[in-house]
Ligand binder design. Structure first.
Ligand code: ZN
Length: 338
């Protein structure tokens, strides 16, 4: 398996923001999640992937949600979660997609700096990338679909259950997006076969990773590819959260994060479905995350020369983390070999 680490960012694009706003966001997040912790009535004692009994106690507790690493496959599993129905309600009540995606500059930034590098990484590593059909599961506004369509002789379809995201994506990019989950979409189109099926930021929020992966592999062409891009539980951001869980505003964040992959556990699920990993890219924004924590812990941190120096050298500090493959995000490409 080929290994790639790091992804440069423009430090000027990253701002810690007004400390008052950061504090307000943190307080709102903490209160909201604590209120949802009371509604989380699905209790889990075994690992999402391999079914092994989870160890007693918790590795980290984020606003009353306990998480443990599976000692067998290395996966991080939440020990309780909202029912699927309550999770849907949470999304509807708290995530306003239309607000996030109406800013044209932000959409262009996302396409250029997030979607394009992801698709490029895949195209560089797959054999015979001259033509193909790509399905992006949990596509949100379809930025990955849009980028794939720009490659000659490639076409793409995206599916996502969020109505506002799908409507926004269709309007923005005029692409083929379906407002359905993967099982409804493929259930209606049983003969569809793909060269690539991708899941970006998808598995952590689904309670049925095995079922979804099985379905995707079933709809892959011979020697087709599965691509997973997700948060890395074995990361520096996890160490920050374990040290100061009370300041969490991202990464392992309930109730959305029901479970999280490590390099070991993604290899486990690939193997289970006859997928051979061929390339793994690890990168992250962990060091910027550390600065956010420091500013929450100390009101005047942002005004110090220390903060300026650390901000200006974000990439260099992040490199130390990336070299250890402990960046908070990974993309892995696997090929169907069975
Ligand atoms: Zn496990």
């Amino acid at each position: 398996m080929k290994l790639k680490v790091g992804k440069k960012v423009d430090p000027k694009k990253f701002k810690l923001g007004q400390i008052e706003d950061t504090k307000k966001l943190h307080k709102r997040t903490a209160n909201l999640i604590k209120s949802y912790a009371l509604k989380a009535d699905v209790i889990l004692n075994s690992c999402y992937l391999c079914g092994e009994k989870l160890p007693d106690g918790s590795f980290v507790t984020i606003y009353n949600f306990d998480y443990s690493f599976c000692s067998s496959c290395g996966h991080l599993s939440g020990k309780k979660r909202l029912s699927d129905q309550n999770l849907q309600k949470y999304y509807q009540e708290n995530l306003d997609y239309s607000k996030t995606y109406t800013d044209a500059t932000q959409i262009q930034y996302r396409l250029k700096n997030i979607a394009q590098p992801k698709v490029k990484f895949v195209m560089e590593h797959i054999k015979q990338p001259k033509e193909g059909v790509w399905l992006d599961v949990g596509c949100a506004i379809g930025d990955v679909v849009k980028v794939v369509e720009e490659y000659e002789n490639w076409s793409a379809i995206g599916c996502d259950i969020s109505k506002p995201s799908i409507e926004m994506g269709r309007k923005l990019f005029n692409i083929d997006l379906r407002q359905e989950n993967i099982s409804d979409f493929l259930g209606k189109n049983p003969r569809l076969l793909f060269d690539v099926v991708s899941f970006f930021g998808y598995f952590a929020v689904t309670s049925s990773p095995l079922k979804d992966m099985e379905l995707a592999v079933k709809h892959l062409k011979k020697h087709g590819y599965i691509v997973v891009g997700d948060s890395n539980a074995d990361s520096f951001s996890t160490i920050i959260q374990k040290s100061y869980p009370e300041f969490s505003t991202r990464h392992i964040l309930p109730p959305n994060t029901t479970h999280q992959f490590t390099k070991k556990s993604i290899e486990y699920i690939f193997k289970k479905f006859g997928i051979t990993p061929i390339a793994y890219w690890n990168f992250g924004l962990d060091f910027f995350e550390l600065l956010k924590y420091l500013s929450l812990m100390n009101n005047s941190f942002q005004d110090t020369p220390l903060c300026n120096f650390l901000m200006e050298n974000l990439n260099e500090f992040q490199k130390v983390i990336d070299k250890k493959c402990m960046g908070d995000y990974f993309i892995v490409i696997g090929q169907k070999t069975k």
